[in-house]
Each structure stands twice: as C-alpha cells, then as structure tokens.
Design a protein around this ligand. Structure first.
Ligand SMILES: Nc1ncnc2c1ncn2[C@@H]1O[C@H](COP(=O)(O)OP(=O)(O)OP(=O)(O)O)[C@@H](O)[C@H]1O
Length: 530
C-alpha cells in the first residue's frame, strides 16, 4: 500500500513539475513572440514620429529661409504683407508646431489603421468559418460607426480656425516680448515698464482667453465623442454566464491596473525632465529677486562702500564714482562732477569711452561700485540715439510713458500736443497719418529724423528738470536742432548732451571730455564760443 501511495505521489509531483515547466515555456514564448515585438513596434513608431518631425521641419525651415532671406523678400514680407506680421516667429515656432502635429498624426493613424486591417481580416475569417459571407451584426456595426462619424463631423467645432487664431495670438505675445528685449535699455531709461507690462498682460490675457475657449469647446466635443464610441458602439451581450462575466471584469481590472502601473513608471522620465525645467525657472526667479534687492552677482570688481543719496539743492553730484560695465570692465576709474540746474553740460569723447554709461549710472540703470552719487528727486528724462517707438497711437508716441488717462489727469489735451509737435516742426505728420488716434507700426512708417523729432516732442510734453540727450538729434537738420535746443532752454530744462557736433557747443556752459583711457577733463565753455 505504502509503495502504491509513494508511486502515486511521485507521479503527481512529476505531473505538477511538467505542467509548470510547460506553462513557463508557453509564457516565455508568448513574451518573446508577442510582447517584445509589440513593445519594440510601439517604440519604433514613437522614434519614427520624432525623426519624421525633425526631417520635415529641417526641409521646411530651409525652404522658408531660402525664400525669406533674400535681398528684397525680407523687407517685403516684414513690411508689406499684413498676413505675416511676425515672420520670424512663423519660421520657428509655427513650423515646429505644424511639423510636430503632422508627425503625431502619422503615429496616430498608422497603428489604428493596422489594427483595423487585422480586425477586418479576423472578422472575415470568422464569418467564413460560420458559412456566411458577412454577418448581419457586422453590417450593423459598420452602419453605426459610419453614422457616428457623420454626427461627429457635423457637430465638431472649427478646430482648424481656432488653432490658427491661437497661433496668431501667441505670435503677437512673442513679438511684444521681443520688442521689450531689443529695447530694454530705452524702456528702462524712459521708465516705461508699466506701459510695457500692461501690453504684455493684455497680449497674454487675450491668448489665455482664447485657449480657455478652445478647452471648453474641446470638452463637450470629447464628452460626445466618448459617449458615442463607448456606449453606442459597444454591444451588450446578455447571454453570457455569471462566470464569464466575472472573468471578463477581473481581466479588465487587471489590464487597467497594469496600464496604470505602466503610466506611473513612465512618468519617471517626465519627472526628470520637469526637474530640468524647474531648475531653469528657479534660477530665473532667483536672479529677478536678487536684482530687485540690488544684488548683482555678475560684478567682477571689488566694490568700495558706495552711496546713492537724494541731493538737497536739486543738482546732480558725482564724487569719486567709478563707471563699471555689467561685465566688470572699468571704463572710468573715478569721476567727480557737479551739474547744477540751469548749468548745461556737453559730453564728448571717442567711441566706447563711457559717455552713455555715465547716463546709465546717473539714472540708476547700472549700480555704482564706490563713491557717492547725489540725484535730485525731480524728474530726469533720457532720449536715446535710437528712438524707441512703443505700440499704440500717434498720441502714445508723444506722451510715452504716459497713457491717455495720465494725460487727461495732467489736464493736457490734443491741442496741447498740436503745439508741442509744432515746436519740432512735425505738425504735418498728424494730418498725414490721420489724427492723434491713428495706430500704425511707427518704427517702420516714420523716417529716422521724424522718429528723433517725436522723441524731442516727448521732452516738451514731460518738461523734466534734466534732459539726458544721447546724440538724439543726429538725423535732424542743424537749423531745427538749434531751434529745439533754444526752446528746451526756454522751458527751463537743464541739458546734458552727448554729441560730436560742434554746432551744439553754444547751448552749453561746461564740457566733460573723456579721453578713452579712463581719464576725463571738465572745463567751462568760454562765453565767446557760445
Ligand atoms: N550692457 C553692457 N554690458 C557690458 N559692457 C557694456 C554694456 N554697454 C556698454 N558696454 C561697454 O562699456 C563701454 C562704454 O560704452 P558706452 O556705451 O558708454 O560708450 P560711448 O562712449 O557712449 O560710445 P559711443 O560714442 O559709441 O556711443 C564700451 O566698452 C562698451 O563695450
């Protein structure tokens, strides 16, 4: 008996081991034969998507560059074709978005088409086995799918048009950013940050509003799409047994669980990428905060104790102040000078000797690394050589950085502006451009001399105590320039002028001459030359 039991046990054990080995071999074959190729195929599709996007983008960008970067097309595209206002943006961002979307479409289409072909093949085979050419259920399924497609197509919001508007608004936002970046110094000198911020915020708000509109429309469309696909397309089979139903539910749950785990695992890559972006954004915010607290980590010079004080007599005073660039280069080791109200100063010297940098130091754009700077509380107004034309109406060009509300608060009217432009011989421009409220791209429409005269008109509108004029009349004829200087002095504005024109000497009382080697000399201008 015991021998019989032992033999039976031995057979059982052998059977169990054989079954497990068989199962394992089957699993291995399945894994090697199905899972591995499927994973590889999926990854290959993603890889091809990226490669196609990049290759297509390169071809398109090269083609666009060849068309765009020719002698006249660049000018014509940027100035004459109103459909393309931000051609540079179209070349970079829009082509990237277009090619990414196209390549994504490729992977979205290839796999489902492949699946559809396989399913159709399987259905055809099963119907042949059952002896019928096409099962009635299949005809019904095909009809339902076709009808759903028609319904969805008719009810779908116009996503193409919506995306085009979104691209246009994001291009505008980018162009506002680009303007600020290329004119940052002028904006800082004018103190135009609030106007620029308002424009940035309004461009951003209009983009966000449009995106929200797209999200809303997409939401109800997806609800409809999912409802039709999940609950109209799926067939309920009431004839299945409880055990089969239990098995199907358990299988679905397991599949969903595996899918969730896979998503969590693949999020690791995204988390690592996010860490990269986080460090960039964190660094940016850190730099902004440090600069607003007056810390400049780029300065390479050792700084002596320095002071910026408010002057009590309304004059500008520099006492042993060095002029140091943001990269740490010492332009002038020590500068001392007093500019009293009504005592006009002319600044001259070779290129790169530090003339404009003196203005940057006086206005507080660059920090001082030693000595004492006394600045008056009264306004200082800077006019650069390259005039800055903000976005907006002709009126906005003259009153910048004021807004129309500020102008009304100051009790000024368009008639006052008419008088101001007559001082700079620009009255004709108001009629020519269609009045003070006309809006245009002023940087392209006005000539170099006209832009400089608009900038001088700004000076007459704001009437500051000190005007810092950085070769701002280089494109204006000498007679009009002389008249502007006389009028500005009559208005009681103290002039600090950087110029190479000897004709302007007579309007000043003292001259600061830089030698280009860090040295300087301050002299009174003899009255006979004035
Ligand atoms: N943002 C900056 N960062 C670093 N260096 C700068 C910066 N701006 C000017 N510099 C340097 O400071 C020096 C003085 O420049 P600045 O603009 O004061 O010259 P300038 O005397 O006004 O010349 P120009 O007559 O050509 O206008 C130059 O060597 C210039 O390269």
């Amino acid at each position: 008996m015991s021998i019989y039991v032992a033999t039976m046990e031995g057979r059982m054990v052998k059977y169990i081991v054989q079954r497990d080995v068989r199962n394992f071999a089957f699993m291995l074959l399945k894994w090697l034969g199905v899972a591995l190729p499927a994973t590889f195929l999926n990854s290959l599709i993603r890889y091809l998507e990226c490669k196609i996007a990049l290759a297509f983008r390169t071809r398109l960008v090269n083609h666009a560059y060849n068309l765009y970067m020719t002698n006249q097309t660049y000018y014509r595209i940027s100035n004459l074709d109103s459909r393309i206002e931000n051609a540079d943006h179209l070349l970079t961002e829009d082509i990237t978005a277009f090619t990414a979307s196209l390549a994504h479409l490729y992977s979205q289409l290839t796999k489902p088409l492949f699946d559809c072909a396989l399913i159709a093949l399987a259905l055809a085979r099963s119907s042949r086995q059952k002896g019928a050419a096409i099962l009635p259920g299949q005809i019904l399924a095909f009809t339902v799918i076709s009808l759903t497609g028609v319904v969805l197509r008719n009810l779908s919001p116009k996503f193409g048009a919506l995306v085009a508007v979104e691209a246009e608004r994001s291009a505008y936002l980018r162009s506002v950013h680009a303007r600020i970046i290329s004119n940052s110094e002028e904006v800082a000198f004018y103190g135009g940050h609030e106007v620029e911020l308002r424009q940035l915020k309004s461009a951003y708000k209009s983009l966000v509003q449009h995106k929200n509109k797209i999200f809303c429309q997409r939401l109800w469309y997806i609800v409809l799409e999912q409802f039709l696909m999940k609950y109209v397309w799926s067939e309920k089979d009431s004839g299945v047994s409880d055990r089969t139903q239990y098995f199907t539910t358990a299988r679905n749950l397991l599949l969903s669980g595996a899918d969730a785990a896979e998503r969590l695992m693949s999020s690791y890559k995204e988390i690592v990428e996010l860490a990269g972006y986080t460090s960039r954004v964190g660094m940016m915010l850190e730099v902004f905060e440090e600069v607003s607290e007056g810390k400049y980590s780029r300065s390479l010079v050792s700084s002596a104790p320095s002071n910026v004080l408010t002057s009590t007599d309304g004059s500008i005073r520099l006492c042993d102040v060095p002029i140091v660039t943001p990269t740490g280069d010492m332009v002038v080791p020590s500068l001392s000078l007093v500019i009293k109200p009504g005592h006009h100063l002319l600044i001259t010297g070779p290129n790169g000797c530090g003339k404009s940098s003196l203005f940057r130091v006086i206005c507080g754009l660059w920090p001082i690394y030693g000595g004492t700077l006394h600045r008056p509380l009264t306004a200082m107004f800077y006019i650069p050589q390259k005039p800055y034309m903000p976005i907006g109406s002709l009126r906005d060009q003259v009153i910048y950085p004021d807004t129309i509300e500020d102008m009304m608060k100051k009790g000024k009217t368009d008639e006052d502006l008419d008088k101001i432009v007559s001082l700079v011989a620009l009255s004709s421009i108001v009629v020519r451009e269609g009045g003070w409220s006309a809006v245009a791209d002023w940087k392209d429409i006005l000539s170099g001399g006209e832009k400089q005269r608009i900038a001088i008109a700004r000076l007459f509108y704001h009437r500051p105590s000190f005007a810092l004029l950085d070769e701002c009349t280089s494109a204006v004829s000498i007679d009009i320039e002389s008249k502007m200087y006389e009028d500005a002095k009559k208005e009681g504005i103290t002039l600090l002028t950087i110029t190479h024109r000897p004709t302007l000497w007579k309007f000043h009382d003292q001259i600061l001459q830089f030698d280009g080697q860090g040295g300087w000399e301050l002299k009174e201008i003899p009255k006979e030359s004035s």
